[in-house]
Design a binder for this molecule. Sequence first.
Ligand SMILES: Nc1ncnc2c1ncn2[C@@H]1O[C@H](COP(=O)(O)OP(=O)(O)OP(=O)(O)O)[C@@H](O)[C@H]1O
Length: 365
Amino acid sequence: MNAEPVSIAAASTATPGLAIDGLAVAYGGQRVIENLSLTIEQGCFFTLLGPSGCGKTTLLRTIAGFIQAAEGRLLFGGSDVTRLPPHRRNIGMVFQDYALFPDKTVFDNVAYGLRARRVDEATIRRKVAQSLDHVGLGHLAARHPAALSGGQRQRVALARALVIEPQLLLMDEPLSNLDAKLRVQVREVITELQREAGITTIFVTHDQDEALAMSDRIGVMNRGRLEQVGPPSAIYREPATGYVADFVGAANLVKVTLPAAAAIGPVMVPLPGGVVTARAPATVPAGHALLVARPEEISLTRDGEGLTGTVRRRQYLGGRTTYKVELPEGLTLAVDLHGDRHDAFQPGDLVRLGFDPLRTLVLAS
Ligand SMILES: Nc1ncnc2c1ncn2[C@@H]1O[C@H](COP(=O)(O)OP(=O)(O)OP(=O)(O)O)[C@@H](O)[C@H]1O
């Protein structure tokens, strides 16, 4: 458990874009979010990452004000908005299904929020044109949503959310209806606009690649709790729990037994067929523990040092090749070799597995 507990009083001197303090949310008495605290810096692109049902949408909708918190407080830029209705929270929202008005043109869709705020028509014309140009759709202002591609619709939704210059931008799986290539294109548009506008953003996804590629910080959710919060590289390289290691990126998770408690630092870990040196990022009690090794952090050689295994399978994946290597006692590990080493080893080959002592982690189980 390494969620950064944040009390409002302990926040840094700069006012955070969003502060959540002791939040609980329930549906009909059933708590789905419990005692969640988090601060998100002004201008940060923050991603909520987690499997289906862990509470991402519920948290986002509570921040937006569509769901009332059972307990806790929400502060936008230092102001308490816990009791404010959604339309008084100054948020922009982008949803998975675009939620555009089908009977309005692209222009009128984007103008909607400004008209609701009674902005004058000349300003509306200028801001909408600017906003559509920003997302590269200036030439489609007169079209209706039905005559747009999915990627174009999502860019209209983004322009509509940003044109009101919201204090907070909330995005709920905005890329999940797009095909793989478009997802990458639109995600670049989103990150570019977000950086330019400097709007504190919360982005919900269950796609780890998206989260790693786009975010300043990631919060990994598990059953209504934040399991770990940190920058993408820390989440990937220093997962605090087996759950995070397993959910973000591929990982070999091996149940091990430590003969003695491990202090922070190097630890000798018994595995079937030998002992490897790993690193404990936090103290680990004696007994059951978890060894975490990313497939790309294990080296394979024919006669170097390390544990002995037998290659059982080889899967060519273009930029890398994944080998399944069997060790004694039925333990099978995945090892990735990058680049053109796709036929370095064949099924049946005897190999040596080397573990990076800094990158191989031992965690409490
Ligand atoms: N309106 C509702 N009434 C009762 N329970 C709900 C309601 N909406 C969501 N839940 C439950 O709350 C939990 C969290 O749901 P939520 O939709 O927030 O998850 P999620 O992480 O966004 O999932 P997904 O990725 O599938 O959208 C789930 O157990 C879900 O079944």
